[in-house]
Design a protein around this ligand. Structure first.
Ligand code: ADP
Length: 154
């Protein structure tokens, strides 16, 4: 059983995140989306809301689980029995940052990080960009995936 942990702030979850998950699903038996608090970033969206949004998106996908965490990623990976960490790479900036973290995680716990390059259509999309647009009242529906409405009566 190959389990990948996809950790992030997901504040909010964007089309870029969704693309990485869709493309990683054929590689793993299960993907655990771990919504965490990045100590360097200020989360604006309440954690519970973020989790509910992501759960609603993957309601029909039994191979995806959504959890929250606030500890070290390798400790979480061990707890979830995930042999892999999944991350997306948008730019050289992401690459530099991710390379150091991946090396550390491998050294600490032997966990391998699997990287997927962002689709060029989404390489400019970030949660902070979405938050900024929302703060100024702009429509972000093209950047934030919305769950299919499964309850047509309400
Ligand atoms: P973190 O605070 O841990 O960076 P994020 O929610 O910003 O959390 O990102 C989680 C993961 O998703 C990271 O690996 C990030 O590089 C990736 N990611 C974010 N946006 C995109 C995007 N538009 N395309 C591809 N990967 C992305």
């Amino acid at each position: 059983m190959h389990i990948a942990l996809f950790p992030g702030s997901f504040d909010p979850f964007t089309v870029g995140h969704a693309d990485i998950i869709a493309r990683a699903l054929p590689l793993f038996d299960e993907i655990v989306i771990a919504v965490g608090t990045n100590i360097h970033k200020q989360g604006t969206d309440a954690m519970g809301q973020r989790v509910k949004h992501i759960e609603a998106l993957y309601h029909d996908e039994p191979r995806i689980r959504v959890i929250t965490y606030n500890d070290l990623t390798v400790d979480l990976a061990e707890r979830e029995k995930a042999q892999f960490i999944l991350r997306g790479i948008r730019s050289v900036k992401d690459f530099e940052y991710e390379r150091d973290i991946a090396a550390t995680n491998r050294q600490l716990a032997g966990v391998e990080t699997v990287f997927i390059f962002s689709d060029p259509r989404y390489a400019h999309v970030s949660s902070s960009l979405v938050r900024e647009l929302q703060a100024f009242g702009r429509d972000t529906s093209q950047l934030v995936p919305q769950p299919k409405n499964t309850n047509a009566t309400s």
